[in-house]
Design a protein around this ligand. Sequence first.
Ligand code: PBG
Length: 317
Amino acid sequence: METKQRRIRLNSALRDLASSESLNYKKLIQPLFIVEGLKGRETMEALPGVFRDTEESVFKQVESDLKSGVTHFILFLVPELKSNTEIPKSFYERSISSLKKKFPESFLWIDTCMCSLTTHGHCGLLHSDGNIDNPSSVKHLSKIALIYAQSGADGIAPSDMMDGRVASHRSILDTNGFSKIPILSYSTKFKSNFYGPFRAAADSAPAHGDRSSYQIDVRNREDSILSSIRDKEEGADFLMVKPGMTSIDLIGPIRERTGLPTGAYQVSGEYASIHYLAQSGFCDFDAAIREAWQVFSRASASYLITYAARRGKEILG
Ligand code: PBG
């Protein structure tokens, strides 16, 4: 891991994300949903201003986002066919390489998980008894991460919460000539009630059971911090807490304990809550989003994944 510290210095987009400055629009990451086989782009009632894009409609979106000052994107790739064995390689390759070719100035993080892919909607593969098969899951996920890298991804963002996935991704990337690609780990990710609108967007709700055997229990502070420390030890370059607002107390401690840039994900349920409050006339949407961002900044978040990134300049004023 000799290039470890340099991996976050390699270009201005990464330096902006990793800097110790307070939050500004350069530290906002915009999620994008690309849905294979979709006939036309879809709006979402709970997430105004966010879309399920087709492989074509996403180009216009990214073009306009870049004009609005967005540099960082996180892609959620939703394949048409579910499978627990096949990787939708050509869809992944097409989506990433075409965007990267058209917009080389964009920085594309790719969410690396399996919940949009598996037939059961869990983030890993299952044994026949329904329990998670951790080793096979990590192997499969690392194959996916390598395909992302080979397709032109700028960064890998594992969100599955399997044990050992960061080390495994780092190793497969390094041995295939991708030692410069950073890993932004969903390192402290809780099992949460605030992911609902996302799961509708990414078609990724678990068909049975829940994610409590792999996502962190909100009552467990030690596990929350240890999970991020573990990911640092496995080679993560950026850490993250999620959901952002309900993890606000952990950002500072994780950043201090690890010394790594630590961000937060203002998740779909947080964004939707503000939207529904505003829709009922109880708050001003932009002002409430700004307030939440100011709190993330106060809590020393190094960066933010937020559905409102594309309006970041406007909202921050
Ligand atoms: C995939 C993933 C999820 C989110 C990001 N990546 C859903 C989940 O863990 O169930 C949630 C993001 C959001 O709610 O905005 N594992």
